[in-house]
Design a protein around this ligand. Structure first.
Ligand code: IVH
Length: 694
């Protein structure tokens, strides 16, 4: 393809993709299938790889990421990023108002906004195109995280409309929506991985990830609240906010222009409870003088503007008696203590329970039996126990003695060094652990047995029909028909009857049968190996191709797969060192479950690499690792997983592990770069590589 042609095609694809994205994200309409959409995106990515200089900074391909930044460049802010003065009472707000009026006189308006609890970001636009995104840092200079910011859907890559200044800067708050935060933590809990502490840390951690494709998956969002630039035509902050909205920035519609300080107070009161309905945590209200002329008159202190102040809400708090502590046992055997409380109303919802996390937390709080506990709900939705009301302690109350034995199977609990949680070690005989593993196996992201659920699993377990997930494949109509059980929800006390009638049984058997078509990466995830979540499973599946290879790999070999670290590798090796797990996998294999990745239909491109073996390591400019693998196979070569004396070439990208390099050097293996490799196979064909999710 000629360059002119490529340019035309890139323009056309960009326009089309932007249009479909707009329809999808703004109007919630899918005009084309995901498959067709992915094809367009793949074609664009392919062309951009082939003609790198035609890649535009506002290309829709940037939304799916793929840029790897080893260390973020430090950039000086054009306008320092200041902080805000805080206040905690209405009185302080009235004092602020009086100070302002002394300078401005009584002709005065305020804009009230939410104080979003996320991470501040500065975005620079030149000629309407986003060119730089920088974190706050120390306020004077921050980190350039442009590639990561480009994956955030609500940050426009290019703005449209009238009056676009040649250069301007906007500031806003990047956040992880509470729903996303909870989802990701639920997934992490499921595979026994460390949880993210709160949505704020989750957002700031995500912005600092090196691989922007990973950032894209975390679904960050952003509210814009500040416009800066030279000679801008706006007279007030609220005018700027309106303009920002028209340009396509996401401005939260929670702001309000207030004429009097009483209106400000109304705003503050109203949002004290309503803020809990927002998609993110907020911890107060920001009050800004609306007129820019007045802002200028007021000026700045060294740290913050004199024309703005933050009002911080006190966390909503209540005191309520502890009824009892329930101990939950998860799939991995981890025990979590939960305080069952006398129901109490807190910022709009009734709180009945609060997690106490672990034994250390109970000791730290010094909780005694029957204590009255202070509960708080801060910027986030999750209530937490903050302290004990000692004035209400019952005479003779004893400190909570932490459980020593599993509440379900009565096995003595153990605690491994360095871990906060106690575990029930009775993996094979502890009912909630077994049921948890079965629930993990059937979930949508794993074997996707839609017709089964918690209640039905409990019934199957109780009747002794299913102990291992492999038992699902031995179920028959006769075994299931007529089974029945009354199940009580321990939490709500609700009672319901689960019974297997004709239709139910048919559905269950059908969804078990259908699970045999689930792809190998999901099967690997379904096994429930600790630390092997859906993403890790997909990476392992792509690298090793089948179960046998993973089963036989040593921890060291497992670590050669991309992004597989020591902890995960050890965990997998340990899993497959257990004969019963080998047997479990064997039974699944015999049941007809997918044990290997379907081979992609590869179009043969040539024989230039015939008989040659390669190991791929690191990150590459023109290829995803899988594409490189395909490329080698399509040209007659073979890809191996480990460096040995027999290996012909180590294809070395950026960021590759030093141990592999060292080993290759020692064994005299030829080390080649991406450019060397491209020269070996001749010029790139026009077909696209890569792809991504919408
Ligand atoms: S305006 C010069 N507006 O609060 C002041 N900041 O303490 C510019 N924040 O770093 C900031 N919501 O991260 C402003 N509606 C809002 C805000 C907000 C949250 C954060 C921001 C800033 C910090 C200042």
């Amino acid at each position: 393809m000629s360059e002119t042609h490529a340019q035309e095609r890139i323009d056309a694809l960009t326009k089309q993709i932007n249009y479909y994205n707009y329809r999808y994200y703004q109007d919630s309409v899918s005009e084309i299938s995901d498959y067709e959409f992915d094809k367009l995106l793949e074609e664009l990515v392919g062309l951009e790889k082939q003609f790198p200089h035609l890649l535009r900074p506002d290309s829709p391909s940037q939304r799916v990421g793929g840029t790897v930044t080893k260390s973020f460049a430090s950039v000086r802010h054009r306008y320092p990023m200041l902080s805000l003065g805080n206040s905690y009472s209405e009185e302080e707000i009235r004092e602020f108002d009086a100070r302002v009026r002394k300078v401005t006189g009584d002709e005065l308006e305020y804009v009230c906004e939410q104080k979003f609890d996320g991470v501040a970001l500065s975005l620079t636009y030149e000629n309407g195109v986003l060119v730089r995104a920088v974190t706050r840092g120390d306020g004077v200079q921050g980190d350039d995280i442009t590639a990561n910011a480009r994956t955030i859907r609500t940050i426009p890559l290019r703005i449209h409309g009238d009056n676009i200044p040649a250069s301007f800067e906007v500031r806003g708050e990047v956040f992880m929506p509470l729903k996303v935060f909870e989802q990701i933590n639920a997934q992490r809990e499921d595979i026994g991985e460390q949880l993210m502490a709160n949505p704020r840390n989750a957002a700031s951690g995500t912005l600092k990830l090196q691989d922007s494709a990973e950032v894209a998956k975390r679904q960050l969002d952003c509210y814009i609240y500040y416009l800066l630039g030279e000679n801008l035509p706006y007279r007030t902050h609220s005018e700027s906010l309106k303009q920002l909205e028209q340009w396509g920035f996401q401005v939260s519609d929670t702001y309000r222009v207030c004429q009097t300080i009483d209106e400000v107070m109304d705003y503050i009161h109203r949002w004290d409870t309503e803020r809990f309905d927002l998609p993110l945590g907020t911890d107060g209200v920001v009050l800004k003088v609306n007129s820019y002329a007045q802002q200028e008159e007021l000026g700045f202190t060294a740290k913050s503007p004199r024309w703005a102040i933050a009002f911080k809400y006190k966390a909503a708090a209540a005191a309520t008696p502890l009824e009892t502590i329930i101990y939950q046992v998860g799939r991995t055997g981890a025990v979590t203590p939960v305080a069952k409380l006398k129901p109490v109303l807190l910022a709009g919802t009734t709180v009945k329970r609060a997690s106490l996390h672990n034994a250390n937390e109970i000791a730290r709080l010094g909780i005694h039996e029957g204590d009255t506990l202070f509960i708080e709900k801060g910027g986030e939705i999750i209530p937490k126990v903050t302290s004990v009301d000692l004035t209400k302690r019952l005479p003779g109350a004893k400190p909570i003695a932490y459980l020593t034995h599993c509440p379900a199977c009565h096995t003595a609990l153990v605690r491994t060094e360095g871990e906060a949680a106690f575990y029930c070690p009775n993996e094979l005989g502890c009912p909630p652990q077994i049921r948890g593993r079965l629930e993990h196996f059937i979930q949508r992201k794993a074997m996707n047995m839609e017709s089964l659920g918690e209640g039905k699993i409990e019934l199957l377990y109780d009747k002794g029909l299913v102990r291992s997930a492999a038992d699902f494949y031995q179920l028959t109509y006769e075994k299931l028909y007529g089974l029945e059980k009354v199940i009580e929800n321990a939490e709500t006390g609700e009672v319901r009857r689960v019974s297997f009638k004709e239709k139910t049984v048919e559905n269950i058997l059908a969804s078990i049968e259908k699970s045999k078509t689930v792809t190998f990466d999901r099967v690997l995830f379904a096994l429930g190996i600790r630390y092997v979540g859906a993403t890790v499973a997909a990476k392992l599946a792509a690298y090793f191709g089948n179960m046998a290879a993973i089963q036989e790999a040593t921890a060291e070999q497992l670590q050669q797969a991309p992004e597989i670290g020591g902890k995960i590798a050890e965990s997998i090796a340990k899993f497959f060192a257990e004969p019963r797990n080998i047997e479990f996998v064997q039974r699944l294999r015999e049941a007809g479950i997918q044990m290997e990745l379907e081979q992609k239909e590869l179009v043969k491109e040539g024989d230039s690499l015939a008989g040659k073996t390669f190991v791929i390591s690191g990150v590459f400019a023109n290829f995803e690792r899988d594409d490189l693998k395909d490329k080698i196979i399509a040209n007659g070569g073979k890809v191996l997983s480990g460096v040995s004396g027999k290996l012909d070439y180590l294809l070395a990208g950026e960021n590759m592990g030093p141990s592999k390099l060292e080993k290759a050097e020692k064994l005299g293996v030829k080390i080649i770069s991406e450019t060397d490799f491209l020269a070996m196979i001749g010029p790139l064909p026009a077909s696209p590589n890569g792809g991504g999710e919408r």
